[in-house]
Structures are given as C-alpha cells and as structure tokens.
Ligand binder design. Structure first.
Ligand code: PLP
Length: 213
C-alpha cells in the first residue's frame, strides 16, 4: 500500500500512524520520511541506536517491542513513547532512569488481550499493583494502552480482543486515570488488522510490512 493512501485513511479517521521501521534500511525509511512521515517505531534497542544517528533528527521514535530493564538507560532520552510497559519492574526502571535524566517519559501500558501464549503484556485480571504504581509516578506520564491481536485470519477473534482493550481503557479512564488528560492513546492495529482496530476504537496504529512493501 502506498504511504499517501494510508496517511489519508489516518487523517480521515483521526488516527496516529506509527510507521514500523524495524529491519528496514535507512533508504527505505527516508523514502517514507520524504513523503512527510515523522513517527517511526522500532522494536530492538540496539537496531534503533545504530539507525537513529544516520537519520534526520526530527524523527519521533517509538519503542514498540518487548523492552528489557537493562536497556532502558539506552533509550532515555531519545525515545518519544514507549508502547511496551508490561511489568512493575520495567515501569520502576523507567521512572528511575527518567528521574536521573531529569525528564518526563511518555509510556503506554501493554495489556495482554490475545489468546496466544507467547504474547507479553499485563494480565487484565492482575493489574492492581501496576496501576497503583502508575498513580505515584513523578517522571513517567502514562498516556494510554497498547495491545497486540492474535495472529489469525479470524476477524471475530481480533474484534473481541480489540473490544476487550477498549473496555479496559474505559475502566481505567473512569477510575485510576480519571483526572489524567494525557491518558488517551489506544495503540492497536497492525498491517493485517488496522482497519478492524480503528473501527473498534483504536487511535494509534503501528504499521510495518504493508508500508514498506
Ligand atoms: C512488527 C510490529 C508491528 C508491525 O507489524 P506489521 O504486521 O509489519 O505491520 C506492530 N507492532 C509491534 C509490536 C511489532 O513488533
């Protein structure tokens, strides 16, 4: 799919597009950049470090993949949004490193809504501790939620998962994040399911293969 069509879709639906550039070369990234895209997503810290210095510095980089605690110090400052906060330990680390760097870091909480066993994420039935932690943070701003759907052709399964994330979002927005205006991002939808995700409440999609092929 060409960039312009996807971008138009996003503008029409008021959705933010994260162009997922993992494994792509600088040339491929610049091709999308030159058409106006400024937000790119990477899933590996080392790959991002190798790329970022060779690319324009007005790119906003998001980390979308599973993040190890010992890598946090390499992405602060530098990363605009971390999509993949999935544990108390990781969130505490981001708070600590952000404090040392004297900055406020924006993050999303990654929830596990997929049936697949291998997916990372917070269990919606066991989120009390991390939500309590969120409320005491000084150097981290929790801006919303992220989830990945099951890799399947069965749209009904993905639809249920997306609806599930939205109901978790609504629960948090009415309770823990009631007074947090910045808690508004629902990051869900990839190349295979972004339309379904947007039709079910997503306002940030992460699209890679569809854009780069
Ligand atoms: C790779 C990746 C994407 C993009 O996947 P595509 O199917 O290539 O669009 C989105 N989110 C995460 C977390 C990813 O790792």
């Amino acid at each position: 799919m060409d960039y312009k069509s996807l971008k138009n879709f996003c503008v029409e639906k008021d959705v933010q597009l994260v162009a997922v550039s993992k494994t792509r070369s600088n040339e491929e990234i610049l091709e999308i950049y030159n058409q106006g895209q400024r937000v790119f997503g990477e899933n590996r810290v080392q790959e991002w470090q190798e790329k970022k210095d060779q690319l324009p510095n007005d790119i906003e980089w998001h980390i979308i993949g599973h993040l190890q605690t010992n890598k946090v110090k390499f992405i602060i400052p530098g990363i605009t949004l971390i999509h993949s906060i999935d544990s108390v330990k990781l969130l505490n680390k981001v708070e600590q490193v952000s404090k040392e760097a004297n900055q406020i870091t924006k993050v999303l909480l990654q929830y596990k809504v997929a049936q697949e066993e291998t997916k990372f994420g917070i269990d919606p039935k066991d989120d009390h501790e991390i939500l309590q932690l969120c409320l005491g943070l000084k150097n981290v701003e929790v801006c919303g939620l992220m989830a990945m759907g099951t890799f399947t052709n069965d749209k009904a399964i993905n639809k249920r998962e997306f609806e599930n994330l939205i109901s978790i979002f609504d629960r948090l927005k009415q309770n823990e994040f009631k007074d947090h205006d910045s808690f508004k991002i629902k990051s869900m939808g990839m190349s295979g399911d972004y339309e379904l995700a947007v039709n079910n409440g997503s306002n940030m999609i992460r699209v890679g293969s569809l854009l780069f092929t």
